[in-house]
Design a protein around this ligand. Sequence first.
Ligand code: FES
Length: 364
Amino acid sequence: MSEDKGAGEIQPRYGEQSGGVPGNPEAMDNPGLPEHLPRPTDVDPRLAQRAERQIATLFGLAALLSIAFCVAYFAIDEHVFFLGTRASNLALGLSLGLALLFIGIGAIQWAKKLMVDHEITEERHPAVSSEEDRSAALTAFASGAKESDIGRRPLIRNSLIGALGALGLPAIVALRDLGELPGDKPSRTVWTRGMRVVNDVTGAPIRAADMQLGQLVNAEPDILVENEEDDPEGEENLEGHEMLNAKAKAAVILVRIDPKDITPYPGRKNWGIDGVLCYSKICTHVGCPISLYEQTTHHLLCPCHQSTFDLADNGEVIFGPAARTLPQLPLGVDDEGYLIAMSDFQEPVGPSFWERGGEEDRSV
Ligand code: FES
């Protein structure tokens, strides 16, 4: 059984005493640090200049490779393959990777060959730095910047600035992959004057007389109906995500209300046909599609957060968190008696967005 040592008793460390630790004659003396030798670049100015040129060359190559990245981004077709790999990916990866590598090698060479070379020993200390240590770190940083000789070596400084600056170019160029700016797309839909309003399930055009009093029909523009025969009028052909976006924004509901119950906003008296009104189906709170209609009160309820719109009163919000009225689509009738839009919505549909502006324009 080993003997307990007294609390607070300081035990000698290995190597602290010449001849080893008492009771352990095999313990080694502290060998200390090897003798410090000057580097070749410390004693030969020609070698120092050569190292400086090598480092500047590495930084210069890094700048060229960053520019090569930008050129490859635009010049290489994404459908071209090289050794079974997409050539653009290969060129972009190699150019950017080598640019970073050369900057890294240049920085290491600079530190190893040219920066001030003195050895520092640091005692172990608690993990949390004291205020003194932090201010000492700042002082050391400032002194390191001074000792790096960056002021005396403008070739290295300028080439490094060029390399780091050029490294920002790929990041800027790659922003192009985020796609085109939305422009006025959030403010408009595919609805145009003369476009038929069709049933969103059957695709059938709708006459006002087809609708019963109190009925609600989910509808959409005829150009979004699937399997439509080729459009003889050359209207917009949409597919993929463009089609889905257009459908989501252009979805509407038709309701038929007794005309005597309707209070049209000034200038909107002729926006309905025999009591048939058309509203956006997208809630102006956060964009849920809505068609929960209570025909006796003419209220349309959004089940997401209970916003309620009065369709007999221009889609006004009468309850819930929605801040804007439901946009209304002006209706007309074509030569065959089918319902058509007289224009796009006069205000953006769906939830508000940052560029939407203030009050909606309710002029006709
Ligand atoms: Fe309609 Fe929130 S999305 S109330």
